[in-house]
Design a binder for this molecule. Sequence first.
Ligand code: GUN
Ligand code: FE
Length: 453
Amino acid sequence: MKTFASSISKVFYGTLIHSRSIKEIEYIKQGLLFIDTQGKIAKLVKDVAQDKVDASLEGVEAEKVVRLTSDQFIIPGFIDTHIHAPQYTFCGNGHDLPLLEWLDTHTFPRESKFQDAEYARKLYSKSVARSLRNGTTSACWFATIHLGACKELVNIIQEQGQRAYVGKVNMNQNSPDFLVETTESSVRDTRAFVEYVKEVNVGNTSPLVTPIITPRFAISCDSELLTELGKLAAEYDLPIQSHLCENLNEIGFTMSLFPNSVNYTSVYADHGLLNDRTIMAHCVHMKDEELDLMKEKNAGISHCANSNFNLKSGMADVRKMLNKDIKVGLGTDVAGGYSPSILEALRASRTASVARDTETSLVVAELFYLATVGGARVMELEDKIGNFEVGKEFDAILVNTQVENSPVDVFDHDSVETHFEKYLFVGDDRNNEKIFVQGKEVRLPGAAVAHRK
Ligand code: GUN
Ligand code: FE
């Protein structure tokens, strides 16, 4: 008979920090977290005194136990609900222009390079490694229109071990000659991409990579293509992602293209693209009825504050979204956002919320929730990831604030709470000592080695 001990692959003993709700961060001191061989959280015991650890292991061998120091703690991995893999190649550049001009000048020329699958393989390795290194254990990726490059992105994500939604981008209008598809090739290649990911996942009962239907935005896709994509999403029961109400010129142009829809959000709804598996990035300039439609359809929002500052799009009203009980997660939106780090997204979200309204600005518990559980809800994966509830898969960061060149200084007066808050606001990838996805430690190619004192 299989015993409990034999079903366990690893046990962590020490400080565990996660969101129990949007209002509450739970700080588990002297916690014992048991991970099973499937990568799931089998058991969580709180407040185990040092001298009681051995007796609490239920026969699990000592070599499977990782004892954390007082400089280390474990948190759930971050969830990036919106990031563009090809745009990492110009991350940090080009913030002088607003959205539509930025797309024409910087984005489309760079994305066109991904028609070369070899080039894609090289560049996507860097995008994914950088995202993982920053603690993003789950990401919703936009690739480009190119089928070969999209497959390479899936291969690399599989190799590096991230959990991901990967979208082949669709564009059949208002796009440059060097980055455009016909309706027919767009639908055909999207289907081929979905079939490819299905094949990669054959025999895997808990695959990490899922295809996601990805019309770039309504401006780039005509009504016929949007309709076909809505049908594909329904046929394969797939999630959907796009951009919505990011910039005022974008909204004006969209409404001129789709005069039969009452507002921008309805354009997607009218084409079968707005449901509980939809993730809409930005939502900066939403009318109340558009937010209400998002809620009615149970669609999620990826809040990309860093990008919204850089491209001068504006500041989304996250408080209003939360008051309406709409699902919200954080997105880096590289390269609209200059940082592939969800910690930076969290900080920009806080700044945006304070700049909007000091009285209702987001507090630490809310920000951490958005970066973890909120993202899981937006991906419709809250039963699987987001915090350390028993039965969920173990996607996590082992944080260490005493690494070489650590940006975080800890003093004797620090509590577990202030130690953690310093990581959120001062820490960076140097502090992400180990990263786990589905219970497995991610091996980061070329990652800086963390040194303990
Ligand atoms: N809208 C359409 N495409 C894009 C993109 O690549 N980035 C951002 N931020 N908005 C978009
Ligand atoms: Fe984007």
